[in-house]
Write a protein that binds this ligand. Structure first.
Ligand SMILES: Nc1ncnc2c1ncn2[C@@H]1O[C@H](COP(=O)(O)OP(=O)(O)O)[C@@H](O)[C@H]1O
Ligand SMILES: [Mg+2]
Length: 363
């Protein structure tokens, strides 16, 4: 598909994110699970190539995805997967080589389409001589926020991100975590409808991460759509409703965190205090592993098998305290998906996969 400009018709008429007829320009199957008219972000067949000398590097390769209004969406991927490139395309900062992109129903390369969109760039830097407050005022002015509004919003936001009392300090003295939180305040100045965060917690210590997470939850409660790029999986797991895993420019897995982390038909069955099941009594109902503390982990063929197992335990007069689906960590899923991709490709250009190392602040 060749890059083409969005048809102008309708662009001026469509108001707000919902009900935009322009979302329909995107292939219908992109919207699986997302209301087409309420999609905040929709991307179909998106490709982006960079030239590296005479070589072409395909940073994005046929990406399809949609994000509903008010959703918190996480884009996961190793370094170089194409996450930043995708966000830049969504912000109109990079031009797609092919495909269609809509943000609130519009082509993001139109300036008007970028109003009320917040952006925290990856590894952003501020001039060290600026105070936090001065940096926010500068951003606010650039975004066209009225001075009176800034007078009110800046102290509110500093408080929200845990920098109350530090707004007068020069940013050269800020830690990595403080810098990220200031950047987050900057991204929220214009009360965005959509917030893009590129690696928001990278290099931030656990306390700072918690703070950022709390701010994001508060922002989401206001109805803001949040799009987070991250290679920090546990962070995404805690924050996002839905995730996509990007690998070498392609979406290789997508779904709710619960869907991705719940392997089919594996359960923990916990028995009451002091009770235990004889392994031979469980034979025949799938794979059951009895662990020391009176709980079993079972993998069954179907729900009927799980229930037969429960019947058998009950026939032995054992008390069942809990039956719950077993979940994997998102990290396990991520590694599994990437290893599967590497096997399918026949080679791994990755070397050992590393994820979610905790830099523990300051990098
Ligand atoms: N401006 C650019 N010019 C050339 N190549 C780029 C540019 N930006 C990114 N790339 C390349 O595109 C690929 C994807 O990069 P990026 O989107 O930054 O990945 P991620 O954010 O997932 O780490 C990488 O191979 C990177 O080197
Ligand atoms: Mg990046």
């Amino acid at each position: 598909m060749v890059s083409r400009d969005v048809p102008a018709q309708g662009a001026g008429r469509s108001r707000g994110p919902a009900g935009s007829p322009e979302n329909k320009a995107i292939a219908a199957d992109v919207y699986a699970g997302v209301d087409t008219d309420a999609a905040a972000i929709a991307v179909s067949g998106l490709g982006k190539e960079y030239r590296h000398g005479r070589r072409r590097l395909r940073a994005l390769d046929g990406v399809n995805l949609a994000v509903g209004r008010g959703e918190v969406f996480g884009l996961l991927g190793a370094n170089g997967a194409g996450k930043t490139t995708l966000v830049k395309v969504l912000l109109g900062l990079a031009r797609p080589t092919s495909g269609e992109v809509r943000v609130r129903g519009r082509d993001p390369r139109r300036a008007a389409a970028r109003r009320r969109i917040g952006y925290l760039p990856e590894g952003h830097r501020f001039p060290g001589y600026l105070t936090g407050e001065a940096a926010l005022r500068l951003f606010g002015r650039l975004a066209g926020v009225a001075e009176g509004t800034l007078d009110q919003r800046i102290p509110e936001l500093l408080d929200l991100v845990g920098l109350a009392g530090r707004g007068g300090d020069r940013m050269g003295r800020y830690s990595k975590g403080m810098t990220q939180r200031l950047g987050l305040a900057g991204a929220l100045l214009d009360e965005p409808e959509i917030l893009f965060l590129d690696e928001p917690t990278d290099g931030v210590d656990p306390v700072g991460r918690r703070r950022i997470r709390d701010v994001l939850l508060a922002t989401r409660r206001r109805g803001t759509t949040i799009f987070i790029n991250s290679h920090l999986l546990s962070e995404v797991e805690r924050t996002c409703d839905r995730v996509a895993i990007l690998h070498q420019g392609r979406v290789v897995r997508e779904g709710t965190v619960a869907d991705l982390t719940t392997p089919a038909l594996r359960y923990r069955v916990r028995l009451g205090e002091g009770q235990s099941a004889a392994p031979e009594r469980l034979a025949g109902e799938g794979l059951a592993v009895v662990s020391g503390n009176g709980s079993l982990e079972v993998e069954v063929a179907d729900l009927a098998a799980l229930n037969r197992l429960v019947d058998r335990l009950r026939a032995d007069h054992l008390l069942i305290a809990e039956v719950s689906p077993l979940r994997a960590a998102l990290e396990d899923v991520f590694i599994e998906v990437l290893e599967g991709e590497a096997r399918a490709a026949g080679v791994s250009d990755h070397g050992p996969l590393t994820t979610d190392h905790d830099p523990g602040g300051g990098r």
